[in-house]
Design a protein around this ligand. Sequence first.
Ligand code: DC
Length: 230
Amino acid sequence: MHENPKLTIAIDGPSGSGKSSVSKEVARHFGLAYLDTGAMYRAATYRVLELGIDLNDAEAIAKAVKEMPLVFGTNINEEEIMMGSTDIREEIRSERISSAVSAVASVPAVREYLIGLQRWTIDHAVNGMVAEGRDITTVVAPDADARILLTASEEVRMARRGLENSEKSGASGDLSKQIAERDAKDAKVNNFMEAAEGVTLVDSSDFDFNETVSAVINAVNDQLKAKRAG
Ligand code: DC
């Protein structure tokens, strides 16, 4: 019997579910690399804005994304996101990018290109990878060894996200509205609010960070055990 020694863990969820920090901790626990696909869409958006492309021009957006000089790391201990020789790790988290990213991520040719890049990255991980986003469990890696949908109630998500952003920028106010709008736009592209068949739902509404990480690790182990038994 051939056994794949590599482990691929797919984690999806809406913004504010705690996905990124939880996914990193899960990667650390299993000794895996980590792929933040949202950061890839954000980097693509950075490039589109850098070139001054109209957000309604899908063709120009797709061309810019396919040609972008992106360098994207997958080491949990050392985030690396470069556009050419520019370090864009901080800039891609800015409001300027957050408010434009859904427009870029909804261009089909952009998704096709970045999904290809994400699959290539997952395939080339030496020990395996935790990949997180909105469509990893369903589109990018539906055959992953373990698949999790991480959610939290809307109230809890807004509170977490508001806290995260107001710490960075001092802003709050309209933030909940902006995030709700972005989730609504993104949800038209992928359904990341309901677990697809074979995907375990982890609701972190009543969990703190460590409890959420433990719940995801337990769900991964349960799926791996069930696969081995089956
Ligand atoms: O997780 P995030 O907030 O950094 O994601 C940024 C945007 O990228 C989000 O608004 C939707 C999009 N995205 C996507 O369409 N598919 C993914 N797999 C990940 C993110």
